[in-house]
Design a protein around this ligand. Structure first.
Ligand SMILES: Cc1cc2nc3c(=O)[nH]c(=O)nc-3n(C[C@H](O)[C@H](O)[C@H](O)COP(=O)(O)O)c2cc1C
Ligand code: SF4
Ligand code: SF4
Length: 262
């Protein structure tokens, strides 16, 4: 694919997609979903010298979601962009995204010229409670709009972005990132049978194709590991999917813009 500015994004529950769409509206460019590219084996892109390339995605366990790491590892970019940046959405801490993104891009011969963060609702509901939607929307989603506008301007001016106070040193952050493989084990998932209508949405939306439907129209996990993105849990129309013991009381959340993208 050739084009002007490229905005690669991954989003499980809509926060990062909303940010990517706002950046596109502000500065132009082509939105490219990293999960779809991985599934379809689309890795080749080309850019002109005057172009910028952005990566917009959520922080997972203080580092990169596997989908982002895998996409960058597979990326074949023809041409050298004038400006390469990352924008990460996060709930509490950006962890060591700067370190991991720089390293991943470095292996592809690319630099990281700017990094920015936008604080949004934390959708890791094995730990965080999103059941009070008004609170979530007021506290983070609405406040995020001003941050997104600022980041769009910084990107337009090819700024470096200042180090955020929630960024952590590699030695500390890697301890948390080591927990990610365990969290990715699909044995943590369960389905509340009498809530599930067998619509198959979870299987269709899973970015790693870890879910399939059985002959009784019930989802099952056909892979032992997935990205742990919780897209299935948060998008299920009947909140039938659970992860571990605590998600049942912590509610579901998708960014308000997701309804227009469904
Ligand atoms: C598996 C997983 C791990 C997460 N880890 C972190 C984290 O380490 N730090 C943080 O601030 N937020 C963390 N979050 C919250 C997300 O980064 C945040 O909600 C993000 O905006 C979700 O983006 P999306 O809606 O585009 O998928 C995590 C969420 C998930 C699903
Ligand atoms: S999205 Fe929910 S209701 Fe639909 S098949 Fe999956 S678990 Fe069942
Ligand atoms: S099974 Fe659920 S959590 Fe795992 S990758 Fe698929 S949608 Fe994401």
């Amino acid at each position: 694919m050739t084009g002007n500015n490229l905005i690669f994004y991954f989003s499980a529950t809509g926060n990062s997609r909303h940010v990517a769409q706002c950046l596109q509206m502000a500065n132009g460019g082509i939105l490219v979903p990293m999960d779809t590219c991985l599934l379809e084996g689309q890795h080749k892109f080309s850019v002109d010298e005057a172009c910028s390339v952005g990566f917009v995605f959520p922080v997972y366990f203080w580092g990169l979601p596997t989908i982002v790491a895998d996409f960058i590892a597979a990326l074949q970019l023809d041409g050298t962009p004038q400006y390469t940046y990352g924008v990460t959405t996060y709930g509490t801490s950006m962890g060591e995204v700067r370190h991991q993104l720089r390293k991943a891009l470095g292996l592809k011969g690319m630099g990281l010229d700017g990094l920015f963060g936008v604080r949004m609702v934390d959708v890791w509901t094995p730990m965080f409670d999103v059941s009070d939607h008004d609170k979530c929307l007021k506290r983070t989603t609405q406040k995020a709009e001003a941050q997104i506008d600022k980041v769009a301007l910084q990107i337009e001016h090819h700024e470096v972005g200042s180090r955020h106070w929630t960024e952590l040193p590699h030695l500390l952050a890697q301890l948390e990132y080591r927990l990610y493989p365990k969290a990715r084990q699909t044995r943590h998932f369960s389905v509340i049978d009498d809530r599930c209508t067998g619509c198959g949405l979870c299987a269709r939306k899973c970015p790693t194709k870890a879910i399939a439907m059985n002959s009784h129209k019930r989802p099952f996990w056909q892979k032992s590991e997935c990205a742990a993105c919780l897209r299935c849990l948060h998008h299920c129309p009947h909140f039938a999917i659970q992860y571990g013991k605590h998600t049942a009381t912590h509610g579901q959340f998708v960014h308000p813009s997701e309804i227009y993208n469904a």
